[in-house]
Design a protein. Structure first.
Length: 301
């Protein structure tokens, strides 16, 4: 009888522990960041396509010129080129980085409910960025190549039908490791963008809530606007190098830095406006969708 009572007591305690840990980590909704990002990228993909064209261009061209030329040459299909790869990228990259950050943040949050200091959020966001890019780099490679394809002459195009055809073709022709090309630039970029998008969002939102702002649409919009702007500022130079590296025209990151520097220091911020106008709306939409989904799918109590 004593043994059975002990086992029952132990089982109930263990069940209670699992329930507490599940609620604390939010494990039932860690993936919602990726879902939100997939929804957002369907709205902002044309801006991302124009940004890639601008960064790959060696001359001086404007956002309006690239957009007009793409629409005139390829129509609406042209500016949505690579959408399947872009969605796959968010489904892997953003799911992993947002999920890793949220689970780690909830795990390390003090038991009294007080917020984490900003520097801890930055560290956790950096960790999330590394996890995310290791998961999402293959789709990122295919995404950039599919977007860049439309600006090339037909005889030079790669002609990937979709993201999975891109994976197969790259692995077959260039080797599987090619899908991880550009990690030297992608890792610091992923760290910067996750710090900007996630750590800054959390911090701005926390500061506004402490000043008695209502936890609603206006607060979410302002916090995500600041986060998107900071993410662009932190990542634009690395983003330019990443795009050029993925095209395979350089022997390594230092060779890419050297050739880009010859164009002048502003070359590292080429495409800043379209990058900001693409990343900030995407960040805003991602967080607005995510906050809405959090309301629809709350943590286990």
């Amino acid at each position: 009888v004593f043994g059975r009572s002990f086992k029952l007591s132990y089982y109930n305690e263990y069940k209670s522990y699992l329930s507490i840990m599940s609620a604390k980590s939010g494990s039932n909704r860690w993936y919602l960041g990726g879902v939100s990002a997939c929804m957002a990228v369907c709205c902002t993909h044309p801006l991302d396509t124009v940004k890639v064209h601008l960064q790959a261009n060696q001359g001086r061209v404007s956002f309006a010129n690239v957009l007009t030329k793409t629409l005139k040459t390829n129509g609406l299909i042209g500016i949505y080129s690579g959408l399947s790869a872009s969605v796959m990228r968010q489904a892997t990259y953003t799911t992993a980085r947002f999920g890793a950050y949220e689970v780690a943040r909830d795990h390390f949050s003090p038991a009294d409910g007080s917020p984490l200091p900003f520097y801890t959020k930055v560290g956790l966001a950096a960790m999330g960025g590394v996890v995310g890019i290791l998961a999402g780099n293959p789709a990122d490679i295919v995404n950039v190549r599919m977007q860049n394809d439309m600006r090339l002459p037909k005889e030079q195009r790669l002609g990937y039908r979709n993201v999975f055809h891109g994976f197969y073709t790259i692995a077959k022709n260039d080797g599987p490791l090619t899908l991880f090309r550009g990690l030297q630039a992608n890792i610091p970029r992923a760290i910067g963008i996750t710090v900007g998008q996630v750590a800054f969002y959390d911090q701005v939102k926390q500061s506004l809530l402490a000043r008695k702002f209502e936890d609603g649409l206006s607060l979410h919009f302002f916090s995500s606007f600041v986060a998107g702007t900071m993410a662009t500022v932190l990542t634009q130079p690395v983003d330019v190098l990443k795009t050029r590296l993925m095209q395979g025209n350089y022997s390594g990151i230092m060779d890419c830095v050297k050739h880009t520097a010859k164009e002048g220091p502003l070359a590292f911020y080429k495409g800043f406006f379209p990058a900001w106008i693409r990343l900030t709306p995407q960040t805003v939409l991602t967080w607005l969708f995510l906050e809405r989904l959090r309301g629809l799918f709350p943590k286990d109590s």
